[in-house]
Design a protein around this ligand. Structure first.
Ligand code: APR
Length: 308
């Protein structure tokens, strides 16, 4: 009995809607874009796929926030990509304005939704959404960790020539080159990855993961959408089905890991209330140092936003 609104009907937003429809777990997905016909077209296309792929999820495309009324979950993918000549700060300000206005419009029609932010730069956009929403921080969080972990798992699966299904891993920190993949918490069907992959190879995979987004931008001239869209849909699934799955999510920390008032990737339990619990791993000294360095990088960007 759920209604999910996806803001932004670009590559990522349309993928979230399409993957979600295929899961057949919510009644309605509303796709919103300032370019209304784009949202209407992509929603109609996914609805026309329903008889072929056997799902009942209704798809609505719109530019009118009235159609988002009483949404349980809002996924925000609206924003612009960085363009040549644009500074990082310009991108922060443009996308923060978009995210802030989207959150305000959404909350005029839905009282206490769960908000999942996908727009980049992710950690600070999640912070911007949280500030604009005035909801509990357990209800406003960002998608990055599932995607980054998936990239790490996929690279490991290629290296080991095993199914990616069998690679379990966790990754923490900001969504950028300071992210912290954690080999000590990476297993292949329960076997510690360190027993299967040489340290040098593992290091190279960790480095490739950190630059995983950039690798795709180089290949395609724009940022990725299939894995990001599927990752956001997986978060929605855990919430809608109250699965309590444990995923790395960009969440507000209030003392956990020795960090406060910051949005950064940590493992959480995701259920019907959003973040049901932040899991505190017993990180060793080196891991803690990397996490704190990543948090410091995120904090810098948050401060840029605060000064705007
Ligand atoms: N309200 C609604 N939609 C908006 C708004 C707004 N205020 N501003 C922009 N949009 C829409 C655009 O019209 C566009 O259709 O957001 C969409 C963004 O789509 P793309 O440009 O295709 O970008 P996409 O690849 O989907 O990425 C979206 O997700 O992963 C992140 O880095 C990525 O920040 C980017 C976001």
């Amino acid at each position: 009995m759920s209604k999910v609104t996806v803001i932004g009907a670009g590559n990522v937003g349309a993928t979230v809607a399409n993957v979600l429809a295929h899961k057949d777990i919510v009644n309605e997905v509303v796709l919103v874009d300032i370019v209304g016909d784009l949202a209407r077209g992509k929603a109609l296309d996914t609805w026309q796929q329903a008889p072929i792929d056997n799902y009942s999820t209704r798809l609505i495309g719109t530019s009118d926030y009235k159609d988002t009324k009483n949404s349980d979950i809002i996924v925000i993918t609206a924003g612009i990509p960085r363009k040549p000549g644009m500074s990082r700060d310009d991108l922060i300000s443009t996308n923060a304005n978009i995210v802030t206005s989207v959150v305000k419009s959404v909350l005029e029609h839905s009282k206490n939704p769960i908000i999942i932010v996908v727009s980049n730069p992710l950690d600070v956009m999640t912070y911007a959404a949280f500030k604009a929403a005035g909801l509990k921080s357990t209800r406003v969080f960002g998608m990055a960790g599932i995607l980054d972990t998936a990239r790490y798992r996929a690279f490991l699966a290629s290296e080991l020539n095993v199914s990616p299904k069998d690679i379990q891993a966790i990754l923490m920190g900001g969504h950028g080159d300071t992210m912290v993949p954690l080999p000590r918490y990476t297993t292949v069907s329960g076997i510690p990855v360190t027993e299967l992959v040489k340290p040098k190879v593992l290091d190279a995979i960790v480095e490739r993961t950190k630059a995983g987004g950039g690798e795709l931008v180089k290949l395609m001239g724009t940022s990725a959408w299939y894995a990001p869209g599927a990752a956001a849909a997986q978060m929605v699934e855990s919430i809608v089905k109250n699965e309590n799955r444990i995923y790395p999510v960009c969440a507000q920390l209030n003392g956990q890991y020795g960090l406060k008032d910051i949005f950064v990737g940590v493992p959480v339990k995701l259920g019907k209330n959003g973040i049901e619990k932040i899991i505190e791993l017993k990180l060793n000294k080196a891991e803690t140092k990397l996490l704190h360095e990543s948090a410091a990088a995120v904090k810098e960007v948050m401060e840029v936003f605060d000064k705007m």
